[in-house]
Design a protein around this ligand. Structure first.
Ligand SMILES: NC(=O)c1ccc[n+]([C@@H]2O[C@H](COP(=O)([O-])OP(=O)(O)OC[C@H]3O[C@@H](n4cnc5c(N)ncnc54)[C@H](O)[C@@H]3O)[C@@H](O)[C@H]2O)c1
Ligand SMILES: O=C(O)CC[C@@H](O)C(=O)O
Length: 398
């Protein structure tokens, strides 16, 4: 029987600065090549990948972080490219910055510090000027005020729980809350039955949802009109959640007292009472290391065993890897796919040792372990034969 040999060295490309903890995961049979046009996997943070062409060897993209709106996820799914993210790995970093800016901004700290620095050159008049000028920065205490948290996932739940410890009343809204998060959420977080209820009752609102077609522009003229006068809004999620023209008007009129955003752009910088933070939510050493390590581990596991954990476009699937030859196929979630794949394998007189099939929406993933290990090589024709089955997206033999 003639055989072809599997490619051993795998190429990893990074599109952003990825912490060493992640890159160090790739040793021995890997090379990091950021110039590669045809990597096996890409590690990315916020780089916008929407206009990139993908090489034919690309099997995985890992977002070292939570939001995947910079990745063309649907296109990846159609091409059988697994997109991973790192749920929760940067949640503590974001939570700490949300609470920091909530308090700092409520006390007008950023403007106050800027003003104090502007007194440079006033010599021994500085202390006197400070005392006479500080009244313009009188702030508000957060104790006893209501914080509305939209999205009670990894970040929102941490923010909600810790805000209670700061003596705030907390009201949360998340129609899709996961069971895990619900278990971790304090029972003192009140549940808003609608987003309007949260808008109407919050002195401060913080949003922690992904940017999707459903959440885009959720802060707009209509929703501002429901909110309390002078409400302070924190956006550490994505710029597109907020209609910029509408918030500029709401800030100008004082309806929105402050807009703290991790996503500055030219128009935000011009807005009265906007507090622009240079996308620092996840920028701690700990968070960058956590995200990079988790992203890299997930990619390595997938490339070497086919197992999938924390994908945003394909189902999680795991089969203990015994070193036997493994056929891994992405396919449409339609009847008789597994039957057709196993029948193709049995045409080669190969025994099936184990298998797993998982589906997610319109797509599914099947891994089949073959009993007979063919000396580290692949039987020619098998992949082609499976790829010719209608509904198959891609097939890999590991
Ligand atoms: N500023 C930063 O550096 C930074 C860092 C991490 C994450 N983020 C952003 O924050 C977002 C949230 O991150 P996370 O780790 O908490 O994600 P997560 O997936 O753990 O939580 C998101 C939550 O939003 C909920 N949700 C979805 N649609 C909703 C809707 N219409 N109304 C209310 N809730 C809704 C989901 O049910 C989920 O519980 C990310 O998608 C990303 O865009 C930003
Ligand atoms: O990589 C970063 O610094 C930001 C990550 C953040 O926006 C995310 O969605 O996880």
């Amino acid at each position: 029987m003639s055989v072809i040999t599997l490619e051993k060295v795998k190429t990893i490309k990074t599109l952003n600065n990825i912490a060493e903890s992640g890159l160090n995961v790739f040793r021995d049979d890997y090379k990091i090549d950021n110039e590669s046009e045809n990597p096996d996997a890409i590690l990315v943070r916020s780089f916008n990948m929407h206009s990139l062409d993908f090489g034919h060897d690309l099997k995985a993209i890992a977002r070292a972080g939570a939001g995947v709106n910079n990745i063309p996820v649907d296109k990846c799914t159609e091409q059988g490219i697994v997109v991973f993210n790192t749920p929760g790995a940067n949640a503590n970093a974001v939570k700490e910055l949300v609470l920091t800016t909530l308090m700092a901004s409520s006390r007008n700290l950023f403007a106050g510090v800027q003003w104090a620095k502007s007194l440079e050159g006033e010599g021994d008049q500085v202390p006197k000027l400070v005392e006479s000028g500080k009244k313009q920065f009188v702030g508000k205490e957060i104790k006893g005020k209501t914080l509305g948290v939209i999205g009670l996932g990894a970040i929102g739940a941490l923010v909600a729980n810790d805000a209670l410890d700061l003596d705030m009343d907390v009201i949360g809204f998340d129609p899709f809350i996961s069971v895990d998060t619900a278990w971790n959420l304090s029972r003192n977080v009140k549940r808003a039955m609608s987003i309007e209820e949260l808008f109407a009752n919050s002195d401060y609102i913080t949003v922690h949802v992904p940017l999707t077609d459903d959440t885009k522009g959720m802060f707009n003229e209509v929703t501002f009109s429901i909110m309390k006068e002078g409400v302070q809004i924190l956006n550490f999620s994505r710029d597109g959640l907020v209609n910029e023209e509408d918030i500029a008007v709401a800030l100008e009129s004082g309806k929105v007292g402050k807009y703290i955003t991790d996503f500055p752009n030219e128009s935000v910088l011009k807005m009265k009472n906007a507090v622009p933070i240079p996308h620092l939510g996840a920028s701690t050493q700990e968070s960058e290391e956590n995200c990079a390590f988790m992203a890299a581990r997930q990619v390595k596991e997938f490339l070497e065993t086919g197992n999938i954990k924390n994908s945003v476009n394909f189902p999680n699937a795991s089969l203990p890897y015994t070193g036997k030859r493994r056929v891994a196929a992405f396919h449409k979630n339609v009847p008789n796919m597994v039957g057709q794949i196993t029948s193709a394998i049995s045409d080669y007189h190969l025994n099936i040792a184990d298998m797993v099939n998982r589906s997610r929406g319109d797509y599914a993933y099947t891994m089949i372990d073959i009993e007979d290990k063919v000396n580290g090589d692949v039987i020619p024709g098998l992949v082609d034969k499976i790829n010719h089955i209608e509904g198959i997206v891609t097939t890999r033999v590991i």
